[in-house]
Design a protein around this ligand. Structure first.
Ligand SMILES: Cc1cc2nc3c(=O)[nH]c(=O)nc-3n(C[C@H](O)[C@H](O)[C@H](O)COP(=O)(O)O)c2cc1C
Length: 276
């Protein structure tokens, strides 16, 4: 979503709170990236023709491992199918409300088929590495599509909950073996009545290590971020229990914190991925 009102410095302030990086090179594309926020409420305005194809062209322009292009996407607009997918994905209403719901797929089936047409073996596809290649390719493609959508003024939100019930999602979308839903993405015009703030991120010291990894940088940066996020929650009148460390720790506390996805390895086997 472009934000023509805010300068780069203002965008950085919203992204980092007080701990703004010293030197940032200003550029309209960088400003667009800095302006990202997940959008979960949409106006009733339909998407113009060409939005989907524009997003896919952007997605296909992403780098892809060995040019294998091991991803696909299913574009869902049928309200009943969106409703069923929403039910499978934690009953998230934004899936129902978005005019377009994209399910991004790690897709090794196309490559298996290509090899078979030449009577070539494709045992390499049975390894964890190739599943990871598919997931990485899908993520890079999806993020390019997200940026294209935001450049057009649209809002998006990723839906990881599409992995809560991957077998049922695969059935709903009629996915062949060796194709896995990685995440969904709602796309729509942002509802002007529900503006969304830019959510702060960790200070750069928490994520940027120069030459080698510096673990000592992390604790003060995380402490700083807790304070930034507490101020953000207060300003947004968000009722969040505990600080960022608290609720992030709850999110990874155990298998019960994974919304049913702790069985993913077994589910992937059933979807045809051997993960050797
Ligand atoms: C892979 C992935 C899965 C996500 N899954 C969901 C989801 O199921 N539901 C949701 O509301 N947001 C989801 N999100 C959005 C994140 O919560 C959001 O990106 C994060 O809180 C940062 O907020 P921002 O995008 O507004 O900066 C997901 C994001 C990613 C990257």
């Amino acid at each position: 979503m472009t934000n023509s009102v805010l300068t780069t410095q203002e965008l950085l302030h919203q992204r980092y709170g007080a701990d703004i990086p010293a030197t940032i090179i200003s550029h309209p594309v960088v400003d667009l990236l800095l302006s990202h926020r997940s959008v979960r409420s949409y106006s009733n305005e339909p998407l113009p023709e060409g939005v989907l194809e524009t997003m896919i062209a952007a997605a296909q322009s992403a780098s892809t491992s060995s040019n294998l292009q091991t991803w696909s996407v299913v574009a869902v607009t049928d309200p009943e199918r969106k409703d069923r997918l929403a039910t499978l994905a934690g009953n998230q209403n934004q899936i129902r409300r978005a005019p377009l719901f994209l399910v991004w797929l790690a897709d090794l089936a196309r490559l298996a088929h290509a090899a078979e047409t030449r009577q070539m073996p494709h045992e390499g596809l049975d390894y964890l590495e190739m599943w990871l290649v598919g997931v990485i390719d899908a993520a890079l493609a999806a993020q390019n599509a997200a940026i294209a959508a935001e450049a057009l003024g649209l809002g998006i939100v990723y839906i990881g909950a599409i992995r809560n019930h991957p077998l049922e999602v695969a059935g709903e979308l009629q996915l062949p073996p060796m194709v896995m839903p990685v995440f969904g993405m709602c796309v729509g015009w942002p509802n002007p009545a529900r503006p969304v703030a830019i959510k702060p991120r960790l200070p750069q010291a928490a994520v940027l290590h120069r030459e080698v990894y510096h673990p000592e940088q992390i604790p003060p940066a995380v402490e700083h971020y807790n304070a930034t996020m507490n101020a953000f929650y207060t300003a947004q009148q968000m009722n969040v229990e505990g600080d960022w460390v608290d609720h992030s720790s709850r999110r990874v506390a155990g298998p019960q914190s994974l919304s049913g996805r702790h069985v993913l390895r077994e589910v992937l086997h059933r979807l045809g991925f051997q993960l050797k």
